[in-house]
Design a protein around this ligand. Structure first.
Ligand SMILES: [Zn+2]
Ligand SMILES: [Zn+2]
Length: 143
């Protein structure tokens, strides 16, 4: 993949790419942790630099839902969207509704040539929904 993107193949780049593949939607700290398990001496700055290079080369996609840290994933180029849990921040992929960007047609594009619609679905993940359902009787007693 690195050679295909005309990037020099280095150990940190290989390890960061592997970490992003293994941990979709991981934030930078999680990626640093995963890379350091394979390459203990690697610096924060080196991982940041590699993530920037991989993102610029289109091998990695950077997403940043509002209120969240930047996350990285290796699923690129398919215009998929994300659903984010408001409670715990868990993120899952949602396929593009029509299969290609911009996915949503603007009601009035104001003459712009629109090539992307950034869609984020917000809600409660199954774990958080189950946890809050389990807490409800307790809350009612408190009232
Ligand atoms: Zn959640
Ligand atoms: Zn994704």
């Amino acid at each position: 993949m690195l050679r295909g993107a005309h990037l020099r193949v280095t150990r940190p780049r290989l390890e960061v790419l592997a970490a992003v593949h293994e941990h979709p939607h991981a934030d930078t700290d999680s990626i640093i942790g995963a890379v350091r398990r394979q390459l203990p001496g690697v610096s924060h700055q080196a991982v940041y630099d590699v993530l920037r290079a991989l993102t610029a080369a289109g091998l990695v996609r950077r997403i940043q839902p509002s209120g969240s840290l930047a996350r990285y994933e290796s699923r690129v180029g398919d215009n998929h969207h994300h659903v984010v849990c408001r409670s715990c921040g868990a993120i899952a992929d949602i396929d593009c509704a029509v299969g290609e960007a911009p996915c949503l047609t603007a009601s009035d594009g104001h003459g712009f040539s629109i090539d992307e619609a950034e869609v984020t679905y917000w809600g409660t993940c199954p774990d958080c929904a189950a946890a809050s359902a389990a807490q409800k009787p307790f809350r009612q007693e408190m009232d």
